[in-house]
Design a protein around this ligand. Structure first.
Ligand SMILES: NC(=O)c1ccc[n+]([C@@H]2O[C@H](COP(=O)([O-])OP(=O)(O)OC[C@H]3O[C@@H](n4cnc5c(N)ncnc54)[C@H](OP(=O)(O)O)[C@@H]3O)[C@@H](O)[C@H]2O)c1
Length: 251
């Protein structure tokens, strides 16, 4: 992605946390981009210059319609498109035997079915020759590979998202498509607050997260978003890869 390129960047989870930070830093990191934020309602602090579309990700069946709307207003000059599936939920934080199936379905809809449906709709809208490059970044988690007691819903959905990323990348190995998953590390957002206030009888590792917070070991969302946008700008993402940003910091 060169700075002079005019391209579309669609981000879910745009209301707060990492998604909000990506949109906030986008114009400075990648000028001339056309930002679109997907939010579920109107109660959030909007960023000037960002176009917002409403989609409640508990209802993945609306993905096609949302993509249709987004692509109906973009400039015909746009040749490059990016979708960042950033929205996610941690809940329910319950033991397997206490989890209601409908709660599990909600988590799967937000963390898995909606990213899958949005990716599919995005790939269909960008398959014409007009689009020279297209990138999908699925925000995953270390919890996709590491089991935590009480986190069945979250771990399983992120694990499914990782495998979806690999399959979709394999199916779209056409030289113009990058589909990747990125784990951001431990980031100080609403999600971490939920972790710290969870029930330690259900989630015994809670103390570890409280200690990390106490010792200022959490990443700031702006550090994470800047790192993701730098990788995007510099064409560093490789299709089919599951990347943990912490590995890059360590190297
Ligand atoms: N923070 C961490 O330590 C960490 C670690 C690993 C991975 N991640 C991943 O990073 C991503 C961003 O999380 P975050 O840390 O920024 O958490 P966050 O501050 O809790 O933000 C979550 C975002 O998802 C949106 N969302 C949730 N349910 C939705 C729904 N039904 N429809 C539409 N949007 C919905 C929220 O919108 P509302 O404001 O409307 O609720 C919010 O914008 C997630 O995929 C998460 O799994 C985070």
């Amino acid at each position: 992605m060169k700075n002079e390129d005019n391209f579309l960047v669609i981000v879910t989870g745009a209301s707060r946390g990492i998604g909000h930070s990506i949109l906030k830093n986008l114009s400075e990191m990648i000028p001339f981009s056309n930002p679109v934020g997907i939010v579920r309602g109107t109660e959030f602090s909007a960023i000037l210059g960002v176009q917002y579309e409403i989609m409640d990700l508990r209802f993945p069946e609306n993905a096609e319609e949302v993509m249709e709307r987004i692509f109906s207003f973009i400039s015909p000059a746009i040749e490059k498109a990016v979708l960042i599936n950033c929205a996610g939920v941690l809940t329910p934080l319950t033991r397997v035997t206490d989890t209601a199936v409908n709660e599990l379905q909600t988590t799967f809809n937000v963390n898995y079915h909606s990213p899958v449906a949005l990716t599919a709709a995005f790939l269909k809208k960008t398959r014409t020759e007009i689009f020279k490059e297209r990138t999908v970044i699925n925000i995953t988690s270390g919890a996709a590979r590491h089991p935590y007691s009480g986190w069945n819903a979250y771990c399983s959905t992120k694990s499914a998202l990782d495998m979806f990323t690999r399959v979709a990348a394999m199916e779209n190995d056409d030289g113009k498509t990058v589909i990747t998953a990125v784990a951001p590390g431990i980031v100080e957002t609403h999600m971490q607050q939920q972790i710290r206030s969870s029930d330690s009888a259900v989630f015994p590792e809670k103390e570890k997260f409280i200690k990390l917070h106490h010792n200022n070991m959490l990443r700031h969302p702006d550090d994470v978003s800047t790192q993701i946008l730098t990788l995007l700008r510099d064409d560093e993402f490789q299709t089919g890869m599951i990347l943990d940003l912490r590995d890059l910091i360590a190297n």
